[in-house]
Design a protein. Sequence first.
Length: 220
Amino acid sequence: MIGIETLVNLLDLGGTFVFAISGALAAVNRRLDIFGILVLAFVAGNFGGITRDLLIGAVPPAALSHERYLLASIMAGLITFFSYSGVKRLRSPVLLFDAVGLSVFAVAGAGKAIEFGLNPVMAALLGMVTGIGGGMMRDLLLMEIPQVLRSDLYALAALAGAAVVVIGHELALPYGVAALAGGLLCFTLRFMAIRYAWRLPVGHFSARERAKAGKDEEEQ
């Protein structure tokens, strides 16, 4: 039987790899050189986990104290660099790998928070932060508005997946079962949101406010 710590570490490493691929794909799409691709792969794959570990006091963060995270990021970056055409054939590859990474990191983050004794609400929130951290930093480095602030059910999907893990723990379910259920829920929500453009309500300008905003932008 695989213990919760081992399973969390495996999920963490898997999330690092798929998020690193999403970062590398985004870097290639923006015509970065190979060094930039590797940097973005590492940032996308590890920033969420580093943030989580710092918040719960697991220092030094696992991504900085275990070489396997760096190696997984470099491997993902090199695979993407040398086999970009093959990876690119996947439908919406950046969004797909991003959705997988979001799901894996959300449940792994919640599991590690539970392992460190956080209360259920904070564990769920930390799982969400783990899931969205790498993607946010990836987008910021590419000078884009982070997907978590504009994309369809991004943070909400991560929170839902992490919440399932926490609820499973409270019901004394095996962590593997709760993690699988939470990961599937997170991925399904994110995938369906991408496919059918599901999104939370957004603010709307009136015609007068829109015209005024456009005028202010022109003056700047």
